[in-house]
Design a protein around this ligand. Structure first.
Ligand code: MLT
Length: 202
């Protein structure tokens, strides 16, 4: 594996018409977690899958938190920029267009922060069980960015109001947001996969 600034897995595209995916795991996951999901939702896409650099009781994450749902926002900003720099390096090393980030939980939260702070790094993002990553949304122009957000109505970690606030904030910045809420909890369901396949097929 090419030496870049994050431990990561990379799978080259087998279908060049498909966008590259940046796969961002949840707390306690790693760079292997979402490769299968990536292959299923956009077959033939190049897959770039980094491991979060923060360790919380041995569990990898993409930024520090003070408690569940309470983020260290200075670290969110620092880590979102660091990850955007990694995407730039990886695009050069592997010859990639700007990827679509597919993030789950903590990975979705860093993807949302990255989109707001470094919009040029991503072509769009699929946010699975995301919440507002920064209490003050940065002023940013997200015109032309596609965002799929999938929330769980019974998610014990993310209040419904919080997910709606994130979707509204991304739309207000000009992103083309599709926000779906499923009758499920924090974990992914078969319906998440179906929605993702459909969204990537568009
Ligand atoms: C986070 O810390 O990003 C969210 O609480 C989701 C999680 O990782 O549990």
């Amino acid at each position: 594996m090419t030496e870049l600034s994050f431990i990561h897995r990379y799978e080259p595209a087998t279908d060049p018409s498909r966008p590259p995916l940046l796969l961002l795991h949840g707390t306690g996951g790693d760079e292997n977690d979402l490769l299968g999901l990536g292959r299923t939702i956009s077959p033939g896409s190049a897959l770039l899958s980094p491991r979060g650099k923060i360790l919380e009781n041995g569990m990898p994450r993409f930024f520090r938190r003070l408690a569940e749902g309470v983020f260290d926002e200075e670290d969110v900003r620092f880590r979102a920029n660091e990850l955007a720099d990694f995407v730039t390096e990886a695009r050069e090393a592997y010859g990639l267009e700007a990827p679509i980030a597919v993030g789950f939980s903590n990975g979705a939260n860093i993807a949302a922060a990255m989109l707001m702070l470094r919009p040029e790094a991503l072509a769009g993002t699929a946010l699975l069980r995301a919440m507002v990553p920064l209490s003050q949304a940065p002023a940013v122009d997200l015109a032309g960015k596609r965002v799929l957000m999938i929330s769980g109505a019974m998610d014990p970690i993310i209040p419904a109001e919080n997910g709606k606030r994130l979707a509204a904030s991304l739309s207000a910045s000009g992103a083309e947001v599709q926000h779906e809420t499923l009758p499920t909890g924090h974990n992914l369901s078969q319906t998440d996969l179906q929605l993702l396949v459909r969204w990537f097929g568009r």
